[in-house]
Write a protein that binds this ligand. Structure first.
Ligand code: TXA
Ligand code: MG
Length: 315
């Protein structure tokens, strides 16, 4: 921890654990440090970064014209996996926002990240700690796999609690809307706000960086229904593939046609499934299969974040 702080104070990048995914952190007020994030990730410069704060008390340093809704949400969900999109304060540098007039802010709940933030005293910009467009890491090992030699250090903080990136809510647009589904559902946001929040049914590209093809493993991913998977393994030339599913019955049926090493059964529970998803994709990616087939998950509200990430992985 001391080393992470020393490196951050010296304007270097350090990967830190959050409760969602590992982030690649740097001093959000230091333009040179921020440039190192873009270089390490190979991320285009106009893609905005989320700034992480130690507490909601720092909101006014980064945002202006803050609506009451922001304070309500911060009180209910911070520290936690919710990013608030607000109008940026005039003196915030343009590197962190990719030249936009808005800024994404959140207080993470992982004790190590929070501790670093409290001692650092300033905001830390932190995108997910992966190469551009690839899967977000949910363990320190995955960070090293993707960014070894490109960053200064990783702070080991175990497996991330949620395993999927934070929910992003836009509080600048006329009606609040969810820009990225995540661990906090629209229903939970509405309960706190007391009015409806828009949730676009399909993906919308609002700003650079929120692109459709994202969160991708190297192996192609296809989403299929149970029926389609059974038809595929029934055909004469079954591709060299791995199947990820949440249905125990399907998993049992497939053991007749595929080897156990080609099957991954994930929990039939949105939170647990989400937590395991990226780690599973990382692992399968290393097996050298030609195709990853994913059984289409349920479409209920709590599965929205999982469905969103899978639809992007399968692009
Ligand atoms: O859970 C998370 O949010 C993780 C951890 C590390 O905190 N961070 C993360 O950051 O996922 P990143 O940079 O990988 O994804 C941030 C997303 C991008 O899609 C970006 O376009 C969007 O947030 N974003 C950031 N600032 C924005 C802004 N001002 N307007 C619209 N979208 C913004
Ligand atoms: Mg990312």
């Amino acid at each position: 921890m001391v080393r992470a702080l020393t490196l951050l104070e010296a304007g270097q990048c350090v990967a830190l654990p959050t409760e969602t995914v590992y982030g690649l952190a740097a001093d959000a007020t230091n333009e040179l440090a921020l440039e190192k994030i873009f270089t390490a990730k190979g991320r285009p410069k106009n893609h905005p970064l989320i700034v992480h704060l130690a507490s909601a008390k720092q909101l006014e340093q980064w945002a202006c014209d803050i609506p009451n809704a922001a304070y309500k949400l911060a009180k209910a969900f911070w520290p936690g996996p919710l990013t608030l999109l607000l109008k940026k304060a005039p003196d915030v540098n343009n590197v962190v926002t990719g030249g936009l007039t808005t800024i994404g802010l959140r207080v993470p709940s992982h004790p190590l990240f929070l501790n670093v933030l409290e001692q650092f005293g300033k905001g830390l910009a932190a995108p997910s700690a992966n190469r551009y467009k690839q899967l977000s890491p949910t363990s320190a090992e995955q960070v090293i796999n993707g960014l070894n030699g490109r960053i200064d250090a990783v702070l080991e903080g175990g497996i991330c609690e949620h395993g999927l990136e934070s929910t992003i809510i836009d509080l600048v647009s006329e009606t609040p809307r969810v820009l990225r589904a995540g661990p906090i559902t629209t229903k939970q946001l509405e309960q706190v706000l007391g009015f409806p929040v828009a949730t676009p049914e399909s993906h919308i590209e609002v700003v650079p960086g929120n692109v459709k093809a994202h969160y991708q493993p190297n192996t192609p991913v296809k989403m299929m229904t149970e029926k389609e998977i059974l038809a595929l393994v029934d055909c004469e030339e079954v591709p060299n593939m791995h199947v990820i599913m949440h249905s125990q019955a399907l998993s049992q049926t497939l053991t007749c046609s595929l080897k156990l090493a080609q099957l991954t059964l994930l929990p039939n529970n949105a939170k647990e499934y989400g937590k395991a998803l990226y780690g599973t994709l990382y692992r399968i990616d290393k097996l050298g299969t030609q195709l990853i087939v994913v059984q289409l998950p349920p479409t209920k509200e709590e599965w929205r974040a999982v469905n969103d990430r899978l639809s992007r992985a399968a692009c």
